[in-house]
Design a protein around this ligand. Structure first.
Ligand code: GDP
Ligand code: IMO
Ligand code: MG
Length: 461
């Protein structure tokens, strides 16, 4: 019997009988990266998920690396939502995610080894698409092919898996569980992909029999996690339970709205929640946008406020700005307010969370990009064309630093005056309220604005 079977809900109607109006909008919150990813989503989801009933991922795959530090113990989650670390909180991998079965099982094994309960607690959508070895093969070969735009991907096969999804030739988790279908799919796909990869990139062919054996074994282990998670989520909301949607990547990496083509292949913005989980837009409540107190990006592509001098190195060293998944050094720069305003508009951000304030502690002064000039003309416009960014000149306003430690401060009033003024400036210029500030990687190194804390209480209450 599945948890999603309407018949098993004691005394209740099946969710499919509920109208959209029955869903409680006030019971959901979305955590969104407002920059190019790595804004600290893992830490903030962990802090906020304490009282949430469910946390769901809706986009991306194991290209994400979400760091959570609990009592000094570090977890880096790639596919599994960070809510899994909260006992009693159910975790969902939604249909918008691309799932690498081997990466998933590795992560599950590591969580089990660390005493984290996953069984009966973690649910994978039967509609999520599957990443197979040829996706990685094609991605690696094409990234290095002459004449190709080098995106600097995480090499996890994410892009090619989404290509197959959109090309209507993908394999879904439900199909992975059907071994006959899996065998046929792997045989057909391998014959096609091997041919393409050989012709275009001279790649060595992959062996379909070996692949089938490996993935059939994985299929058996994944089966207990699989369900119709759209039903699970909608039912939870209809029952008045709180659901948090954990964004991956960030607004500027969104396939449609980011710095295309230097983006990932999924809908990272809040609009992605609905298509990536099956929860209707009418049920989406609070949207919480995360920004670092400065800016980073990993991989290629435009970054108007990037620092290519030693100040960038200082931010990287103090912020430990190395990719959680690939270990690549992250590019660092000043906070970019035009992009933050854009992220506010695109996502409908209701609250901003500023992370890594402590990283700026030692600076004498802190420039912030307040506007752009393109070809000498002031503009609010975010270019649609990647090359448009080459002509951007950032206009900076320099704010005084505070030159004292904010690390671990948990009350806004205890922050140095210049740090409070820096935060006020961000709020005013981005047109968004700040709800939380993070002053260290640990759970407790966090402060709340009362109004935001009250809103979270009402979402989860
Ligand atoms: P995510 O992908 O958005 O979850 O972010 P990552 O986990 O990839 O990167 C954020 C990094 O910053 C991690 O190493 C976190 O432990 C760390 N971090 C998060 N918040 C803070 C903070 O307020 N201060 C400091 N110094 N580090 C933080
Ligand atoms: P989290 O969830 C930062 C970047 C890659 C590359 C581009 C495309 O931890 O914030 P892909 O492998 O997705 O096709 O790569 O997107 N990228 C990320 N950068 N944080 C992430 O996730 C990222 N996921 C992908 O570096 O530039
Ligand atoms: Mg990350």
């Amino acid at each position: 019997m599945s948890v999603c079977d309407p018949a098993v809900r004691p005394g209740g109607r099946g969710i499919l009988l509920h109208g959209a109006n029955d869903l409680m909008k006030g019971k959901t919150a979305v955590i969104i990266g407002a920059q190019w990813g790595d804004e600290g989503k893992g830490k903030i989801v962990d802090v906020l998920s304490e009282k949430f009933a469910v946390v769901a991922r809706y986009a991306g795959g194991h290209n994400a690396g979400h760091t959570v530090i609990i009592n000094g113990k570090k977890f880096i989650l790639q596919l599994v939502p960070c809510g899994v670390l909260r006992p009693g909180c159910r975790s969902v991998i939604g249909n918008g995610v691309v799932l690498d079965p081997l990466a998933f099982l590795k992560e599950v094994a590591s969580l089990r080894e660390n005493g984290v309960a996953v069984d009966g607690n973690l649910f994978v959508s039967n509609r999520a698409h599957v990443i197979l070895p040829y996706h990685r093969m094609i991605e690696l070969a094409s990234e290095n092919a002459p004449g190709r735009v080098k995106i600097g991907t995480t090499s996890r096969g994410i892009g090619p898996a989404y290509e197959d999804k959109m090309g209507r030739r993908g394999l879904r988790v439900a199909d992975l569980l059907d071994l006959k279908l899996l065998k046929t799919h792997i045989e057909n796909a391998c014959s096609e992909k091997n041919m393409i990869a050989h012709a275009l990139f001279n790649s060595e062919p992959l062996d379909p029999d070996k692949m089938y054996e490996e993935y059939a074994a994985a299929s058996e282990k994944i089966a207990p996690f699989v369900s119709d998670t759209a039903v699970l989520l909608n039912r939870a909301i209809a029952d008045g339970q709180s659901v948090m949607f954990e964004g991956a990547q960030g607004t500027m990496l969104d396939i449609d709205l980011g710095t295309y083509p230097f983006v990932t292949s999924s809908s990272a913005t809040s609009g992605g929640v609905s298509i990536g989980t099956g929860v209707p837009p009418t049920a989406i409540g609070t949207v919480i946008g995360l920004t670092k107190a400065y800016c980073t990006r990993v991989g290629g592509g435009p970054f108007p406020s990037e620092l290519l001098d030693k100040t960038g190195d200082i931010l990287r060293a103090r912020g430990n700005e190395y990719g959680a998944v690939t270990g690549r050094p992250r590019r660092c720069g000043w906070l970019d307010l035009p992009l933050l305003r854009y992220a506010g508009m695109i996502n409908g951000i209701s609250w901003l969370v500023v992370t890594k304030l402590d990283v700026l502690d030692e600076l004498d002064e802190i420039p912030v990009c307040v506007s752009y000039k393109i070809n000498g003309r002031a503009t609010e416009e975010i270019p649609a064309h990647a090359s448009g960014y080459d002509n951007i000149e950032c206009v900076y306003k320099t704010l005084p630093g505070w030159r004292s430690s904010t690390e671990g401060i948990t009350e806004l009033r205890k922050l140095p005056k210049a740090a409070r003024e820096y935060l006020d400036f961000i709020a005013k210029e981005s047109g968004t309220r700040i709800g939380m500030v993070s002053t260290g990687p640990g759970r407790e190194q966090t402060m709340f604005v009362d109004e935001f804390a009250a809103e979270m209480e009402s979402v989860t209450g």
